[in-house]
Design a protein around this ligand. Structure first.
Ligand code: PDD
Length: 277
């Protein structure tokens, strides 16, 4: 396995991180996860654009120009001979310096990117999943894809321990997003989701769903919904790069709609499959 770093491509075992690394000590960095289907990147440019936006939001510079980074990621895929379904993980941190909260005076960011095989979540996509609700205790800048993921980690662990696929965050009863996904509710043929404010990560798949809705003539309403609305929902689903589009058939003890994946969700899944190839 070869890894792309800020300097060169390295075999995996040669990638070692210093003790005083700002990503490790402060979570001072940003990241992206992009999909690869059958050896081809899916929506890579959208992910890279978001990476630059996240970096700008924390005043971090990415060590490559966008087109150079895109070329290097293409090369990464080639030298690793990726042919299957996989993910690309890429992170950039403010670098390695003697520990001090304030920015280092020198600009020396660290970057690494690697590819890991990951099959499609066929069973969940087909059958749908159970979810739980948990309090959104995160900071106010969730639109930045930062390395600070402790609230997300704790929420996902709670889900796993309660035999659920995802934990859905709510702020005072208002659904924001999942621990690693965006959340949607379907009612009377309309798709509702939290607006892309600073309180959520504007998912790449979320933006794709918005496009599919417009192409399919499905009203896409960027209006937050509450826990109380779930009882009245016809369908719910979640989206993320690793998950694509997965029906939510249960929230806590409440079945969603008739407890089966719904018609609108199926249409959007079909549109996604067509786009992903
Ligand atoms: N999840 N919200 C959060 C908090 C996330 O971590 C993610 C991504 C999303 C969905 O964004 P996108 O559609 O761009 O993947 C929303 C990781 C990367 C994942 O599970 O794929």
């Amino acid at each position: 396995l070869y890894v792309l770093t800020e300097k060169q491509f390295l075999p995996r075992h040669e990638v070692t991180y210093p003790m005083e690394e700002r990503g490790l000590q402060f979570g001072d960095g940003v990241y992206e996860v992009a999909r690869i289907y059958q050896g081809t990147y899916f929506l890579l440019e959208e992910h890279i654009d978001r990476l630059y936006r996240s970096a700008a939001a924390i005043r971090l510079s990415i060590p490559f120009e966008k087109d150079v980074l895109m070329e290097k990621l293409e090369l990464l895929r080639e030298i690793n001979n990726v042919k299957k379904d996989a993910i690309l993980y890429l992170q950039v941190t403010r670098g390695s310096f003697p520990r001090n909260h304030a920015f280092p005076t020198e600009n020396r960011p660290n970057l690494y990117a690697y590819i890991r095989e990951m099959p499609r979540k066929t069973e969940e996509i087909e059958r749908g999943v159970r979810t739980i609700l948990t309090k959104d205790v995160r900071w106010e800048y969730c639109y930045i894809k930062s390395l600070n993921l402790l609230p997300n980690v704790l929420a996902k662990q709670e889900a796993v321990e309660r035999q659920a696929f995802e934990a859905i965050f709510h702020r005072d009863g208002i659904i924001t997003e999942g621990s690693s996904s965006n959340i949607f509710l379907v009612k009377d043929g309309n798709v509702y989701t939290h607006p892309a404010t600073e309180r959520i990560l504007n998912g790449i798949v979320r933006m794709k769903v918005k496009q599919f809705c417009s192409e399919l003539g499905i009203p896409f309403v960027e209006e937050a919904f509450s826990i109380n609305d779930i009882a009245e929902a016809d369908e719910m689903f979640l989206t993320s790069t690793t998950s694509s589009i997965i029906p939510i058939i249960q929230v806590e003890e409440q079945a969603v709609g008739n407890g089966k994946p719904g018609e609108v969700t199926r249409k959007l899944q079909a549109a996604y499959e067509k786009a992903a190839g």
